[in-house]
Each structure stands twice: as structure tokens, then as C-alpha cells.
Design a protein around this ligand. Structure first.
Ligand code: ADP
Ligand code: MG
Length: 196
């Protein structure tokens, strides 16, 4: 049975599609991986012709789950879509990316509430994305985020040109910072998968 890793946040621009794509590409040489795009505006589906990892629309979810994939990464739209409750139950891990501004952290609240409403906190992890290189999170941001009572990934993802380019280039591939961060984030997610 495939492990399902879902990216969720009701806002756009936080990195759901970018992280989904890079996490999926990161495993493609070691496992059988697919992506599902729930976004009808279809960020990922639009680039499927250049992706080595197959990208399916949500209507193919059941077929994909019947297939022998090891990992299925699910990207969701920038609003609280009606598919989310079902996907929250199905998922083995839920990744909630956020930028590290105080308003960004406050803006997670609707997603966090939906996660709590469906009792899926245990498999959820907040991931700080687009962190300015050579900066750390302020205490204020850490406090604000920890008030949600969810896990926060040890790995933070920097704001790097490589991530912007990654979608055209099959994911971050070089041995630079971006690749190392995606490796480490994969390990953070594996920790959740193991505990399930
Ligand atoms: N870590 C990052 N470093 C640099 N740019 C990023 C990073 N994460 C996302 N981006 C850029 O931010 C924009 C929004 O990211 P995207 O993945 O589309 O967010 P979402 O799917 O949540 O709407 C895109 O232009 C993407 O290239
Ligand atoms: Mg997106």
C-alpha cells in the first residue's frame, strides 16, 4: 500500500506544489512514486509533460492507489477544498508549509482548525519554507507556531533560486543546499510514516 503524503494549506504561494514536486522527485530513483494534483487550476498537471514522476488528476486517485506505488504525493488547492476531509483520513503524513512571517503563521489557522476537526494532528507537520538564507526563526514566530500544538519539522527550507527553477529541472538535483534540505525534509516525513 502506497504511503500518501499530502501538502495542505488554504493559501496559495506557501510552497505546496514546490515541496510536493521536489519531495516526489527526490525519491524517484529509489521508489515508485506518483503525484496527484487536486488543484483544478492544476499547477502540477500543467508541467506533467516534463516530469519524470507521473502526475495524475484527483479523479485517478483510486486507480493510483490500486497500483503498486510506494509513495503518492498529493498537492492540494489554495482553498479549503471539499476533498480535504477524505484526503486527511487517507494520508499517512500531512505537510503544512508556511513562510516565516507572523501573518503567515496566523494565516495557517483555518488549515490547522480543519486538521484538528478531523483528528489528524498526529500525522501533521508544519514546514517553514522560503526562509531567507543565513537567518533563523525569531522566538516570536516559533512561539506563535508552537501554539498550534502541531509538530514542526526540524528541517527548514530556504528561499533559494534552485527551488524556483526545480520544476523545470526535475527537482533540485545538485549536491547543494537545496538538495540537502529536501533530503532532510524527507527524513522528517519518514519519521512520521514510521510512527503511523
Ligand atoms: N523554498 C523556495 N525558494 C524559492 N522559491 C520558492 C520556494 N518555495 C516556493 N517558491 C516559489 O514560490 C512560489 C509559490 O510556490 P508554490 O509551490 O506554487 O506554492 P503553492 O503551491 O502553495 O501555491 C512559486 O513561484 C515557487 O517557485
Ligand atoms: Mg500550488
Amino acid at each position: 500500500m502506497a504511503k500518501i503524503i499530502l501538502a495542505s494549506h488554504q493559501k496559495g504561494g506557501v510552497g505546496k506544489s514546490t515541496l510536493t514536486y521536489n519531495l516526489a522527485c527526490n525519491l524517484k530513483d529509489n521508489a515508485k512514486v506518483a503525484m496527484i494534483d487536486v488543484d483544478y487550476q492544476g499547477s502540477l498537471v500543467k508541467i506533467s509533460s516534463m516530469s519524470e514522476v507521473p502526475i495524475f488528476t484527483i479523479d485517478k486517485l483510486d486507480d493510483v492507489l490500486k497500483d503498486d506505488y510506494d509513495f503518492v504525493f498529493v498537492d492540494t488547492p489554495p482553498y479549503l477544498s471539499e476533498e480535504l476531509p477524505k484526503l486527511y483520513q487517507l494520508a499517512d503524513a500531512i505537510v503544512v508549509p508556511t513562510k516565516a512571517g507572523i501573518f503567515d503563521v496566523l494565516a495557517m489557522e483555518d488549515t490547522v482548525n480543519l486538521i484538528k476537526e478531523h483528528n489528524v494532528e498526529e500525522k501533521t507537520v508544519i514546514v517553514f519554507n522560503m526562509i531567507k538564507p543565513n537567518t533563523t526563526l525569531t522566538e516570536e514566530i516559533k512561539d506563535q507556531a508552537s501554539q498550534y500544538g502541531l509538530k514542526i519539522a526540524k528541517t527548514m527550507i530556504s528561499d533559494l533560486v534552485a527551488f524556483g527553477r526545480s520544476v523545470m529541472e526535475g527537482g533540485v538535483t545538485d549536491s547543494n543546499n537545496a538538495q540537502r534540505q529536501i533530503d532532510n525534509l524527507s527524513k522528517d516525513i519518514f519519521t512520521i510514516l514510521i510512527k503511523k
